[in-house]
Design a protein around this ligand. Sequence first.
Ligand code: URP
Ligand code: ZN
Ligand code: ZN
Ligand code: ZN
Length: 468
Amino acid sequence: MGILIQHGTVVNADSTIQADVLIEGEKIAAVGPDLPTAGHTLVDATGLLVMPGGIDVHTHLDMPFGGTTSADDYFTGTRAAAIGGTTTVIDFALQSRGHTLAEALKTWDKKAEGKAVIDYSLHMAITDLNPGGGKDFKTLDEMADMVARGITSFKLFMAYPDVLMIDDGLMFRVMQKAAELNGLILVHAENGAAIDVIVSQALEAGHTEPHWHALTRSAEAEAEATHRAIALAQMAGATVYIVHLSNADSLRELEAAQSRGLRAIAETCTQYLVLSREEQMPGKSFDEAKYVFTPPLREKKHQAPLWQALADGSLSVVSTDHCPFRFEDQKALGKNDFTKIPNGGPGIENRLQILWHYGVNAGLITPERFVELAAAAPARIFGMTTKGAIQPGKDADILLWDPAAEYTIEAATQAMNTDYSMFEGWKIKGNVAKVYSRGELVVDRNKFLGEAGRGKFLHRKANAGGLS
Ligand code: URP
Ligand code: ZN
Ligand code: ZN
Ligand code: ZN
């Protein structure tokens, strides 16, 4: 009949208890001590933690960007996610300028179809308000259609002028519309216009190496845009979620807004917590292109405040911004010009390992907080009511986590479709034992058992970021 996970320690965002978990079909049917065993397949979880599967709300699978396409498609990307303990991703559909949101959605539906191995949803990135030309802002009307189709979050870029960036006025219009629809605004916060000037000046001065990517995009440029995004959202009555917040200056803007009661939420990403400009980007070789992503790596001094904010609650989520490119033939596009290095790094597989090892093992966050940051908060903020907790009635997206397992991260053995790892050779304690996706065992100790196309599109609720 069902699958009974016995003798484990069930960790939710608000509690840790010794309990069995019964899966029936795709759902969690019961959670409690010593559940009856008759007729069920028994799974012994002695010594393991039973947690909700991870939710990574920031990924870029099969995305055209920087003159190439991210190296993981919906199959390899979601498979790597599952192997790393993640059972849901929210990827970005990108509106092409001159085209509608409906067209973008169609394009991304096709990318996912027959490929996703775990459940997925989409944010819609808006880059053009009147794609047909003229002044009618057709895109604003389309936002309502998106919400009706379960796409309730809209991404805006304050960076990448001429490609993805939209100006403050257009951004403000989208925010007003999102407020009306009870949606959520996601912002890539960097002052793109100022950064473009600094980048041109660096190139004119003959600076072409990868670390100039980091040197030309300061924490100040991110903090300024963070402040502006929050202020505009406040004016529009919208809730804003700052993506990939990378540094202490931006964090101060966020915390100042939160202390005033403004509707501002933010995530950081794994890489900003454990990698630094000093260590990964000393300016010595083209190898450093492996760490060219945006926002760039910051100085090491920014890491402690980010961890503190994860523990305190001013940062709500840890995602990956997984946007993988191979070193050999993709990062290499920028061999003679750092602006031509495709921006992004591979991380979807390692998020929980890094957050556990450097967060929980280091005593910086509790296991409950780990669950909150990796699964419960993402589910709540993004309106995925069937996910994010080990509770009767929820989807049986279940992660059996072995806190004693030791593991070495290596590109040679990873599932992500890149020829390098950002964490090559790192020794991690704490790793995936088993992963269930809607009741189906899809991963057993590094072994992938799922099937392409079994993942379903998740229809999300518009809930303005789940804030009261
Ligand atoms: O470098 C990055 N992060 N690439 C993906 C696009 C973005 O800005 O999130
Ligand atoms: Zn971004
Ligand atoms: Zn300020
Ligand atoms: Zn991104």
